[in-house]
Write a protein that binds this ligand. Structure first.
Ligand SMILES: Nc1ncnc2c1ncn2[C@@H]1O[C@H](COP(=O)(O)OP(=O)(O)OP(=O)(O)O)[C@@H](O)[C@H]1O
Ligand SMILES: [Mg+2]
Length: 198
């Protein structure tokens, strides 16, 4: 039976290929499903504030303030965009979600249980992917771009460690993101299709 109104999230380190893969996935799935492709931080009020205020060193806020802003953006995005799309039966593909908060704000020393608590109104995804690429390699991919505050080897290693815990407990499914884009995309697509058609 083919599912409808399915919420898929794509997680991974900076530069691991989330946006590349989410776009490829949306394109392939569009042949058979009605797809809504979106991302966090959103383009709503709080997401726009986050993009302008949190991502670079010179504009940094305390970690707990950032975690609260990301949680607020998540709710705004869910209510205004994700839930309406799911109600229309669409397959929603979201580039980053709750696990980004757990991994990134977690790497800054905030506890998992508190981050989960402030996100307790966040809808549980139906299928969560973690695109795994070694931290050294993502930093190499991002060499030419202005670095966000999170793009250091130490932080990326911590972030990956937290993501892998959610792979171990089954909340995220790991996909090796090391190969060429098309190869990664084929693996990802077959996993998602398997889930959608189950
Ligand atoms: N499988 C791949 N092999 C080599 N390079 C790749 C691969 N996938 C993506 N890239 C390149 O790596 C860079 C980062 O990719 P992308 O923007 O998709 O990552 P991201 O995870 O969305 O990053 P961010 O967290 O910064 O949004 C881009 O230049 C992209 O073309
Ligand atoms: Mg991206």
């Amino acid at each position: 039976m083919t599912k409808k109104g399915v919420f898929i999230i794509i997680e991974g380190l900076d530069g691991s290929g989330k946006t590349t893969q989410a776009n490829l996935l949306a394109k392939k799935l569009s042949e058979s499903f009605s797809v809504f492709f979106t991302a966090e931080p959103s383009h709503g009020k709080t997401g726009t504030y986050i993009r302008e205020s949190c991502l670079y060193e010179e504009k940094r806020l305390p970690a707990a303030s950032e975690a609260l802003l990301f949680a607020a953006d998540r709710i705004e995005h869910l209510e205004n965009e994700v839930k309406p799309a799911l109600a229309e039966g669409k397959v929603v593909i979201c580039d980053r979600y709750l696990y980004s908060s757990l991994a990134y704000q977690g790497s800054a020393g905030l506890g998992t249980s508190w981050i989960k608590k402030i996100n307790s109104y966040a809808l549980k995804p139906d299928f969560g992917i973690f695109i795994d690429v070694p931290p050294e390699q993502v930093l190499e991919r991002l060499r030419r771009r202005k670095k966000s505050v999170m793009e250091t080897l130490e932080i990326q290693q911590k972030v990956r460690g937290i993501y892998l815990k959610f792979v171990e407990n089954g909340e995220l499914i790991k996909v090796d993101g090391n190969g060429p884009k098309d190869e990664v995309s084929s693996v990802l697509y077959s996993k998602i299709l398997g889930f959608l058609e189950k």
